[in-house]
Design a protein around this ligand. Structure first.
Ligand code: ADP
Ligand code: UDP
Length: 236
């Protein structure tokens, strides 16, 4: 069933299958940050990200969000629906952190009255620049209807994930999503949802339990990923 390697990214490999509408995603332990400048390995990360992403996408499907998830094939491999990726990083923020805090000169940890959705152009060469809605449609990256759909899905996903993690003692600070188009033009959620793509803080202690431990050399990276997986599985 698994055929040639189509693409090797920073965190995952993508393989063709016998079915032109399906792909196999294989999650690696490789970690990068700062647009690939910092490189490393987080032992066991691929297994955790694969399982966590699949678990959350199945929950989101039941919550009315169409996703690329088809079937978990092994610890690291998943069958997904092939999409034409919309080249946007769709970021939802509940609390200031990371590039937001830096850009606007505010402390991390400022709680917003309402979630803030922002879009970056998915381009390593350009350093993923922030984009206004008008820029997205000017460059024909999406139609304005598609952009509305993407924003509505992103906010619905945020409501679901915030409540999901809150029940497990975790505060969802921010996260990144990617969407894609099926051949009939339908927009679905693709890529992954994991500690690589979310900021997750322990609600009681404020401890960071996500990729910031790697980005900022905080130590205990593997332990943080395992702790998040444990919290997820505790309440299944
Ligand atoms: P990067 O490309 O940023 O290094 P990854 O290592 O995570 O990231 O590679 C996975 C690639 O596969 C990403 O470019 C992502 O946009 C793409 N992708 C994710 N889900 C799908 C899908 N269902 N169909 C097609 N491409 C996908
Ligand atoms: N993010 C991501 N991939 C990226 C950029 C950001 O998954 O290429 C996630 C990141 O993990 C965080 C959120 O999106 O949960 C917001 O990231 P931010 O813009 O603050 O950028 P960073 O500080 O990571 O550079």
């Amino acid at each position: 069933m698994k055929k040639e390697l189509l693409y090797e990214g920073k965190a995952k490999k993508i393989f063709a299958t016998d079915d032109p509408q399906l792909l196999i995603v294989s999650y690696k332990d490789d970690a990068t940050a700062f647009n690939g400048q910092k490189k490393g390995t987080i032992r066991g990360k691929g297994v955790i990200n694969n399982r966590m992403s699949n678990f959350l996408m199945q929950r989101l499907e039941r919550h009315g969000i169409p996703t690329h998830f088809v079937e978990e094939l092994s610890d690291r491999e998943t069958l997904v629906r092939k999409v034409e990726i919309v080249p946007l990083e769709v970021i939802v923020r509940n609390i200031s952190a990371g590039s937001f805090a830096k850009r606007y000169g505010v402390e991390e940890g400022m709680r917003f009255g309402a979630p803030a959705v922002e879009f970056s152009y998915k381009s390593d060469e350009l350093g993923d620049p922030l984009m206004a809605d008008a820029h997205i449609t000017a460059l024909n990256l999406t139609s304005s209807e598609e952009l509305q759909t993407i924003r509505a899905y992103a906010l619905k996903i945020n409501d679901f994930l915030k409540a999901f993690w809150s029940e497990r003692g975790i505060t969802l600070v921010d996260f990144k999503l990617e969407f894609g188009r099926l051949p009939d033009g339908k927009i679905i959620l693709a890529d992954e949802i994991s500690p690589d793509t979310c900021r997750l803080w322990d609600s009681a202690t404020g401890e960071k339990l996500d990729k910031d431990r790697f980005r900022r050399d905080l130590g205990g990276v593997e332990e943080a990923y395992s702790e998040i997986m444990k919290r997820l599985e505790e309440h299944v």
